[in-house]
Write a protein that binds this ligand. Structure first.
Ligand code: GAP
Length: 448
């Protein structure tokens, strides 16, 4: 990471994000009570909501709002030939070295100094690099032999490619059109890490967009780059922490005509969030070759067959969730209701993806009238919004909701019983408005 990157990097450290994620129930290490497993994480109640809201936003904008993208959902386990054709069996490898002294294992391309172990400092202690295939294996049926070998998919895209004909015929679509799916993918990463950034089990949101070879393919590529740029902007990702890195011909696979990596400035530096690629006819060709089946599109009008070109947008939903968490995190000085200077941590989530949208409080725990009124307000809002009821010390309640990124808090107090109004407190400005109960829903809707 360059000096410039350091100064612009997220204000929060990874340790702060990790601590908050655990403390507030966003992200837990998988199998924690047994010591955990590297590269595997679980989402707690708020993390699960955050990730779901992000996925819903992706699906809404990439599929539901368009008439040229259809939905798909393929199996995790596929015929092993799929991975032969795709190139994963032969080429989905990392170069790996072991330190002979401390026995630690590294990805050769991650080493800053190729002859010094970063863990124990030994010089010239590495073994020769060897290839390590990243696909996780399992076996199908009762026999564990090579005939029963199956792979856990390392990407969801292949499920779409092998079904291309089934999909276009049944959905009655003609290129240009796209196929989208969410799904788990598995990679036996040598060095998982940085919380949920590099996982061994993760979720992808992939869009495979097929276009005719009529000269408009690069326009379509650009269309998707712009659509994805708008998507991140719409959900509030800070523009100075996001970049669309254009891959040069040397950086792209030989068959790819164009490629852009969407990168975010994480606390440790720039990291890839999504890849957008013009993959030509590479994938369909590979499956046609190995399966012997014709996957070309048949154009009824011209009565000709052709292989469409492919534009792919592949985003990791765990990385996107981590991005939203890091991007939203801010630590700032504030003044509490008693006028005392304090520091607060606030997650400034976009209201559409915030786990909760409104918290409703009763000013006192032991006043049945206040509690009943607050609970009934929360129940009414709950029909359409993501809400939560709570009670007790208002300062502490605000602090908690700031830390989980809830845009609005509504407080029911003694005056409410007399004048039918409540206090609405804004997460970002901490401003407080007195709002009449009969216009509360409208007030919130306008701002959410
Ligand atoms: N079908 C294309 C494809 O899979 P990729 O660049 O290998 O392309 C796409 O992966 C996205 O999947 C990445 O940009 C990243 O967001 C996510 N991803 C890949 N490996 C990951 C891992 N080990 N942990 C978490 N997310 C990962």
């Amino acid at each position: 990471m360059s000096v410039e990157d350091t100064t612009r990097a997220s204000g929060a450290t990874l340790d702060e994000i990790t601590a908050l994620a655990k403390r507030r129930g966003f992200i837990f290490q998988s199998s924690e009570i047994y010591g955990g497993l590297a590269g595997l994480y679980d989402y707690g109640p708020l993390g699960a909501l955050l990730k779901r809201n992000i996925k819903e936003a992706w699906w809404r904008d990439m599929v539901t709002a368009r008439d040229d993208v259809v939905a798909f959902d393929s199996a995790v386990l596929m015929h092993p030939a799929v991975w032969k054709a795709s190139g994963h069996v032969d080429a989905f490898v990392d170069r790996l070295v072991d330190c002979r002294v401390c026995k630690h294992r590294f990805r050769a391309d991650h080493l800053e100094k190729p002859d010094v172990c970063p863990d124990c400092g030994s010089k010239n202690s590495f073994t020769e690099p060897r290839n390590f295939n990243l696909m996780l294996q399992t076996s199908l049926g009762p026999m564990e032999d090579s005939a029963s070998r199956a792979y856990l998919r390392p990407e969801t895209a292949q499920g779409i490619f092998v079904n291309f004909k089934n999909i276009y015929q049944t959905a009655r679509k003609r290129p240009p059109f796209g196929v989208a799916q969410f799904g788990k993918a598995f990679r036996n990463e040598i060095t998982p890490g940085n919380l949920t950034y590099r996982l061994r089990e993760f979720e992808q949101a992939e869009l495979e967009f097929f276009v005719p070879d009529d000269g408009a393919d690069l326009k379509w590529f650009d269309h998707w780059v712009q659509a994805r740029r708008k998507w991140y902007a719409d959900y509030g990702v800070k523009p100075d922490r996001l970049r669309f890195y254009e891959l040069s011909a040397e950086e792209r696979p030989h068959y790819a005509k164009a490629g852009v990596d969407v990168e975010y400035l994480f606390p440790w530096g720039w990291g890839e969030l999504e890849s957008i690629a013009h993959r030509g006819t590479y994938d369909l060709d590979a499956h046609m070759r190995l399966s012997g089946k014709d996957l070309r599109f048949f154009d009824e009008g011209s009565k000709t067959h052709y292989t469409p070109l492919l534009i792919e947008s592949s985003a990791g939903m765990d990385r996107t969730t981590l991005t939203m968490l890091v991007d939203a995190y801010e630590q700032e000085k504030s003044v509490d209701p008693n006028g005392k200077q304090t520091e607060r941590v606030v997650l400034r989530f976009h209201p559409k993806i915030a786990p909760l949208q409104v918290a409703v409080f009763s000013l006192a725990r032991n006043k049945p009238q206040l509690v009943a009124r607050a609970r009934s307000i929360e129940a009414a809002l709950h029909e359409e919004l993501r809400t939560q009821y709570d009670e007790g010390n208002i300062g502490q309640l605000y602090r908690r909701q700031d830390e989980i990124g809830t845009p609005f808090c509504v407080t029911v107090d003694y005056e409410t019983l007399e004048d039918q109004s409540v206090t609405v407190r804004h997460r970002d400005s901490m401003r407080q408005d007195r709002v009449a109960l009969d216009s509360l829903k409208e007030f919130l809707d306008e701002r959410l």
